[in-house]
Design a protein around this ligand. Structure first.
Ligand code: E4P
Length: 214
């Protein structure tokens, strides 16, 4: 399973990238706004840090506008993946960009058929948001399982990015379901590396190592 970092914070991205675990990055307008920096500048800097797909989201709401924005974003760097909201206009833009060989990530997917339609329009990635579904008492992961099954049934090459991840259990469930990618906040990446028994075990080994005669 590929791991993308779900943030626009370049310090966090550099730190995670140094661990050698990051295969790509996803951003959205809310994450970019948090940085207080210009959109294109942040996207270009992320592309200079991580060598993998970097999702940058369009903000137009009509297909022609999304397509124009997407073409401009794709010129920033070959790794830019144009993130497009799952709307009828978004699907038109996805089709148009994919015909031009521009990578796309259809976002804000909350039910499997939305993902199937995105795949049919040639989306490179589709992003089901599981945490936001869990927040409203629906089971986010069951949507991911159904979507994976649908894409496999018809052998679509579209990759599923499990998004809106809140904790390590979501990551484990994504891996068990066979998701292609999981995109996670820096906090969850750190949590994945930790276990209290690892810390206790290491402290004991280091203490005992001091007793070994030289
Ligand atoms: C995915 O690409 C989105 O940026 C993200 O996962 C949204 O997550 P949130 O529900 O925590 O905002």
């Amino acid at each position: 399973m590929k791991i993308f970092l779900d943030t626009a914070d370049v310090t966090e991205i550099r730190e995670a990238n140094d661990m050698g675990l990051i295969d790509g990055v996803t951003t959205n307008p809310s994450l970019i706004a948090k940085t207080g920096r210009p959109f294109r500048e942040v996207v270009a800097e992320i592309c200079s840090i991580v060598n993998g797909p970097i999702s940058a989201e369009t903000t137009a709401t009509d297909a022609r506008g999304m397509q124009a924005e997407g073409e401009e974003l794709a010129r920033i760097h070959p790794n830019v993946t144009v993130k497009i909201p799952m709307t009828p206009e978004g699907l038109k833009a996805t089709r148009a960009l994919s015909k031009k060989g521009i990578k796309t990530n259809v976002t804000l997917v909350f039910q499997p058929l939305q993902g199937l339609l995105a795949a049919k329009c040639g989306a490179t990635f589709v992003s089901p948001f599981i945490g936001r579904l869990d927040d409203v008492s629906a089971e986010g992961m069951s949507m991911v399982r159904d979507l994976l099954r649908m894409l496999q049934n018809y052998r679509y090459p579209t990759e599923v990015i499990v998004a809106s991840v809140r904790h390590p259990i979501h990551v484990a469930q994504a891996a068990l379901a066979g998701a292609h990618v999981v995109t996670i906040p820096g906090k969850v990446l750190k949590q994945l590396t930790q276990h209290p028994l690892t810390d206790i075990g290491l402290a004991k080994f280091l203490e005992d190592a001091k007793k070994i005669p030289r």
